[in-house]
Design a protein around this ligand. Structure first.
Ligand code: ADP
Ligand code: MG
Length: 353
């Protein structure tokens, strides 16, 4: 109960906004459930730069997204983009519209960066703050990819420890924060908070099939559906243990790891083809490797070589994330303790430090 008072007081003293306070800039995204713009304040304080905010206008799922962002803001702020404010506007013409406001974190998502020819060296420059001049090669690429995976798993561990499963982890929903020089998670529109039963009923249709784990459902279908909030609070730690819903995100993160190692899988068609092949191998990555390696292109072989560095610990981590059975997948916390991360990553030179 104290927590609610604290949250209320905190929210009372935070600046509040309304629709007319913003000047819309570039459209950043448009999905079935909302539109996202870069915006600035109409009456901006002179210290504020143009377009330093992001505004999402969301339909019916906006309420859940505001809930998730408020919770993340209090429990694991560094995992996600900096959320500022969320509000509901109702008009006779447009009905209910939820508005969500974040700090503008940066220009590029992991998807943008991964589709560049320079990947992963472009990320190295952004993280370290300067162009490195050491010779290019597998070792260096592996160190950059390791750093990205560490940051992603760190953010996921924060969410999962809070009781939130994201369910839409993909490169498009991972933003590079230019302020902290780290990757942060965005787009909590499909997320589920199991500890309080918010968005408890799986919305399978929201899931992106390219990155979704084979189970598709966050909880087994035997789980009693939609308990009232207090019941869910009492039961959910047990349900969490039983169903390990966080492992859904781990599968998606594993696919991102794979895409970073294999350039051919970074395109939609490449990933879709891979998913088909993996399904044919009953979701056994080792079997997939055996089926493609004999006739692999130079580029594909290079990917295996990268994952085979240091006695194959990269491949070992990857196969512990991408598994058919959720309970056989590693957790974000356990993955961070994996020997793949024993080597030092890139030094993050933050502006803030
Ligand atoms: P949706 O996928 O539902 O359209 P997202 O929340 O993923 O909405 O946002 C769409 C796009 O807007 C993202 O892919 C990203 O490019 C950009 N974006 C979202 N939030 C931020 C932010 N805080 N800072 C910078 N860019 C953002
Ligand atoms: Mg998105």
């Amino acid at each position: 109960f104290d927590m609610f008072i604290l949250a209320f007081v905190e929210r009372l003293f935070r600046p509040t906004y309304r629709k007319d306070d913003f000047v819309l800039g570039k459209k950043l995204g448009e999905g079935a459930f909302g539109v996202v713009y870069r915006v600035s304040l109409a009456k901006k304080p002179s210290s504020k730069k143009d377009g330093d905010l992001v505004l999402k206008k969301a339909t019916e799922y906006g309420a859940v997204e505001i809930w998730m962002n408020e919770r993340v803001r209090r429990a694991c702020a560094n995992s996600c983009a900096d959320f500022l404010y969320g509000f509901l506007e109702t008009s006779p013409k447009k009905g209910a519209e939820y508005w969500l406001l974040w700090r503008f974190e940066g220009e590029a998502t992991l998807s943008d960066l991964m589709l560049s020819k320079e990947f992963p060296y472009n990320v190295e420059t952004m993280i370290t703050g300067k162009v490195q001049d050491s010779p290019k090669g597998l070792e260096r690429e592996n160190r950059i990819i390791q750093t990205i995976m560490r940051q992603l798993l760190f953010a996921l561990d924060g969410l999962h420890s809070t009781g939130i499963v994201h369910r839409d982890i993909k490169p498009q929903n991972i933003i590079f924060s230019e302020g902290s020089r780290t990757f942060k998670i965005i787009d909590l529109g499909a997320a589920a908070d199991l500890r309080v039963g918010i968005n408890y009923i799986p919305k399978e249709f929201l899931l992106d099939p390219r990155y979704a784990a084979p189970e598709q459902y966050i909880m087994s279908t035997q789980t009693p559906s939609a308990p009232s909030a207090p019941v869910a609070t009492a039961l959910s730690p047990v349900l969490w243990q039983m169903n390990l819903p966080d492992r859904f995100d781990i599968y998606s993160a594993g696919l991102i790891f794979l895409q970073m190692a294999f350039p051919a899988l970074r395109t939609d068609s490449g990933l879709i083809q891979f998913n088909r092949q993996l399904k044919r191998c009953d979701y056994d990555l080792d079997a997939w490797r055996k089926s493609v390696e004999p006739r692999a292109s130079l580029e594909l072989r290079r990917g295996f070589e990268l994952l085979d560095l240091d006695g194959g610990i990269g491949w070992e981590l990857l196969t512990s994330m991408v598994r058919y059975k959720a309970r056989q997948r590693t957790s974000a916390k356990a993955a961070l303790a994996h020997p793949y991360f024993d080597r030092e990553g890139l030094l993050v030179l933050s502006f803030m430090q």
